[in-house]
Write a protein that binds this ligand. Structure first.
Ligand code: FAD
Length: 314
C-alpha cells in the first residue's frame, strides 16, 4: 500500500520504518523534525511512565525492550543497555509492568542512599535521542522512505496519492482531531556534560517533584517535572535550580557537572494510547498517539501494531 505517515517524532519514524519493512511504500510528512520534536527532549530511559492501558503498555514496552536491546549491537543507533536504580521512601511491591522486563532485582540495603528504604534495580535500554532520531532518518532514507517537511491542517488532505494515512502527531492531535482527552504534561530538564556516569537513577516519590538522572553517550539528562495541563514552553530558571538541587542530593558528583542546556517538552498525556483504525470518507486513518511519558518505551511495540493494522487493510 502507499502510506503517508504524519509526524516525525519517535512514534512516526518507528512506524514508518516498520511499515517500509513490511513492504509498504511510505512517505513521512511532518511540521518539525529532530530537535523540533518532543521526542528529542525525552530522557529516553526505557520506563513505562504515564501511559495507559496497563496491559497494552506492558506488551508494547516488552516488544520495544527487545528491539532496543537488539539495536545495541549497532553503536551508531545511540542505544545502550544501562543498569539503574528506582528508589522508594516506603516498601513497594513489584511494578505493574514487571512482565515487560526479563529481570528486576531489589536494591541491597547498603546501596540505598540516605532516606530510601526500598528500590528496584534493573538493566534497561537508554536511547540517546540526539543520535537515535538521525539514525532513524538514515534508516528510512536507505529503504526509500521520503521525508517532507510540511504542516497538515486536515487529515483529509493527507490522502492525496496514498491509500492510507497514519497519524503520529502526538499532542497536536488535540487540535488536528479536536481530541480533548489529550492533555499536555510539561517536562523541564537540564542537560549536563558526561562526567563518567554509567548508572541511571529515578525517584518518583520525592514530595517536591520527579527526580531522575539519566546518562547518555556525551551528556547526562537531569529531571524533572510533570506539570499536567501546563503548556508553557519557556525554561523556568527556578525550576532548573530545583532540578539541579534534587538531582545533586541523589548523585553528589553532579555538583561539579558542566551545564550544557535547559529544555522543555510537552508529553502527550491521554487516558489511553490511541492505536486504532478509523474509516473516513477519504480512506483509512491509523491513529497512533497519546503515549504520555513513555513514547520511546512504547515506540517499536506500537510501530509493529501500526504496520499490522495497515497490512490488514489490503
Ligand atoms: C521531559 C521529558 C522526558 C521524557 N522522558 C521519557 C523517557 O525517559 N522515556 C520515554 O519513553 N518517554 C519519555 N518522554 C515522553 C516522550 O518524549 C513522548 O511520549 C514522545 O516523544 C511522543 O512521541 P510522538 O512521536 O508521539 O510525538 P512528537 O515527538 O511530539 O512528534 C510529533 C510529530 O508530529 C508532527 N506534527 C504534529 N502536528 C502536525 C501537523 N498538523 N502536520 C504535520 N506534522 C505535525 C510534529 O512536527 C512532530 O514531527 C519524555 C518527555 C518529556 C517531555
Amino acid at each position: 500500500m502507499r502510506v503517508r505517515v504524519v509526524g516525525a517524532g519517535v512514534v512516526g519514524l518507528t512506524s514508518a520504518l516498520c511499515l517500509a519493512q513490511a513492504g509498504h511504500q511510505v512517505e513521512v510528512v511532518a511540521a518539525t523534525t529532530g530537535n523540533g520534536t518532543t521526542s528529542s527532549v525525552a530522557a529516553a530511559l526505557w520506563y513505562p511512565y504515564r501511559a495507559y492501558p496497563r496491559a497494552e503498555v506492558t506488551r508494547w514496552s516488552a516488544t520495544t525492550y527487545q528491539v532496543l536491546r537488539g539495536l545495541t549491537a549497532d553503536p551508531s543507533s545511540g542505544v545502550r543497555m544501562r543498569s539503574g536504580r528506582e528508589l522508594f521512601r516506603q516498601r513497594t511491591s513489584d511494578p505493574w509492568w514487571r512482565d515487560a522486563v526479563p529481570e528486576l532485582g531489589r536494591v541491597a540495603v547498603e546501596r540505598l542512599p540516605p532516606g530510601y528504604v526500598d528500590g528496584y534495580e534493573l538493566r534497561v535500554p537508554v536511547v540517546d535521542m540526539a543520535v537515535h532520531l538521525p539514525w532513524l532518518l538514515g534508516k528510512l532514507a536507505a529503504v526509500g522512505v521520503v521525508l517532507r517537511v510540511g504542516q497538515v491542517d486536515d487529515l483529509a488532505a493527507a490522502f492525496e496519492g496514498v491509500d492510507a494515512v497514519v497519524n503520529c502527531t502526538g499532542l497536536a492531535s488535540r487540535r488536528l482531531l479536536h481530541d480533548e482527552t489529550l492533555t499536555p504534561v510539561r517536562g523541564q530538564v537540564v542537560v549536563v556534560a558526561q562526567f563518567g556516569l554509567s548508572e541511571w537513577f529515578l525517584d518518583q516519590n520525592d514530595p517536591r517533584q520527579l527526580v531522575y538522572v539519566v546518562p547518555r553517550n556525551d551528556t547526562v539528562l537531569l529531571g524533572g517535572t510533570a506539570e499536567e495541563g501546563d503548556e508553557g514552553l519557556d525554561v523556568q530558571p527556578a525550576t532548573s535550580a530545583a532540578i539541579l538541587e534534587r538531582c545533586t542530593e541523589l548523585v553528589p558528583a553532579l555538583g561539579q557537572a558542566r551545564i550544557l542546556s535547559h529544555r522543555v517538552g510537552l508529553r502527550p498525556g491521554r487516558p489511553s494510547v490511541r492505536l486504532e483504525t478509523e474509516v473516513t470518507d477519504h480512506g483509512p486513518v491509523v491513529h497512533c498517539y497519546g503515549h504520555g511519558g513513555a513514547g520511546v518505551t512504547l515506540s517499536y511495540g506500537c510501530a509493529e501494531d501500526v504496520a499490522a493494522l495497515v497490512s490488514g487493510l489490503s
